[in-house]
Design a protein around this ligand. Sequence first.
Ligand code: SF4
Length: 646
Amino acid sequence: MPPTTGPPGGYFGRALVVDVTDGDAATLPLPEHVLRGYLGGAGLGTWLLHRLGPPGVDPLAPRAPLAFVFSPLVGTPLTTSAKFAVVAKSPLTGLLTDALASSQFAIAGKLTGHDAIVVSGRAATPSVLLIDGDGARLRAAPDLVGLTAADADKRLRAQLGRGWRVAAIGPAGERGVRYATISHDGRHAGRGGLGAVMGAKNLKAIAVRAATKVAPADPAAVLAAARDLRDRSFGPATAKYRELGTLANLLAFNAISALPTRNFQAATFEAAGRLAADDADHADHADHADHADHAGRAGRDGGGDPADAAPANLAEVSGAPKPSPQMRRVARSGCASCTIGCEHIYRVGGGKKARVEYENVFALGPMCGVAEPDAVLAASARCDDLGLDTISAGGTIAWAMECAERGLIDAPWLRFGDPGALLRALDEICAMSTPLGELLAQGSRAASRTVGGDSGRFAPHVKGLEMPGYEPRTLHAMALGLAVNARGADHNRSGAYEADLSGDLDRTDGGAAHVSAAIETEDRAALMDSMILCKFLRGVFTDPYAEWAALLAAVTGWDVTGAELKATARRIVLAKRVYNLREGWRPEDDWLPARLLDEPLTLASGREARLTPERLRAMIDGYYKERGLDPVGRPVTLIDGDLRLA
Ligand code: SF4
């Protein structure tokens, strides 16, 4: 590649930093060694938090930064690349959180001429931040208060005119629910309470409009790579996402006792068949190559973050209950610039349609003991409207249901399996108008500290983030991944369940192989979340780091190698840990809820599955050693230079 004097291809080499207290905006140069060291998305967002986040800041304080971060691949024709990360200190965990979302906001936001937009301060009145070729400016938005994110998006775009793309919060974000989401076009940067951070800045929405262009270093090579990736994205490696969707996990996980049920009191749900995907193919299989500009919807952390679909061999586990015809798949869609189109739309009774993902159904169905498809879909839609993370909402409500059952909370109406109770709890959480709503709006960790007794023993979280739909006692590699991840209990930053489900190791006998698998999948996730590419594309790469290096070389002009990208992935994972250390992480934060370690599961076969504290400790020790950390999880040597934090 010829030497360049400007920023590398695909980059602008700068972030826009806006203080919404007074509307002041400044440009932060992003040197090439930082861009090359952190790429974009979650990685660059972590660097920005190190750089701009005051140590020890309250996540909801005006000074706490909220970063919208793009990537060098955004705007290229590479499939699944139209994504952005939102990064901040989480009000739920007090540690770093990064969530991804998809579609046109990513493209328009980047083409404002910035690799990231960082917001701090607090507007005097409910406002919208507008950014385009005329710069950044605030606009009062009293008419948007109380609207759903979707309605705010629609109204704002009608007011602003063509070309504007909007990321907005719902009522839960305005009121400071600690697991509120930020949404764009029905997709959600869902986990960790980013919506509450935005609400604390009195920002209802951020609207962006493209003002410039950015070219890749080698357009012909990028085009060729895009064609190749598009072709591969139609192949068998992505078939399960296109044809089944993530809901295929439900029956498969149920069959292998990996479906958390009634707040992890069981790992199978007797009514799983009623909530499962209809296996008949009713979908209107639109040609997604022709619909690349149609924004679709996805689970929390849309844009490739939703739970993996089950491998075919698991989906065919004998003895699994037959799917119910009540959940009928009627259409499919996808993100902008995506040729996979993993979003599956279902119809339940009365002609009603809703998007369905495994994590939504798990959290609002089996986790809360709710068996009615209509109720689960209604609860999922309610979360969308209110702007709530479904996993944290379902986990917190399931914990409260168990508390009520045990007499720890005075709410006799809050019972497992009661659809009306589920919907009422969601409304009370969002409104924060009752003592129970206020309590549950804090998440299960904080709520259990208030309720006391032994309620913390079964609060379903790691580091304060509620657990996704993976049973650690029968998925030991995933157990480790959930325990050590920087974001907390998270299936998108650690894909260790892939190793558990691969059949290559014993998923109930965690050891050294599980440690290696957890590290490998954590590294790959860090890389894909920073380049950014959708993780649903990961199966098409036969030599991932080398192939990703080739893509980045074509876009940026760097002579980057697979080995360099492996080091980059490690740097990003470590930088998140170092940020957390700075913000008060303690060794005991890398752990799992007590219930999962002192209550064995009885499997359908009669066999007992357990994850002992000793086994988890041994895996964590192995993880620390392989990561170059000391026995309590801290970097052994001063690594500021290696982390390129200066
Ligand atoms: S595979 Fe699904 S989540 Fe990923 S970019 Fe495509 S539509 Fe979005």
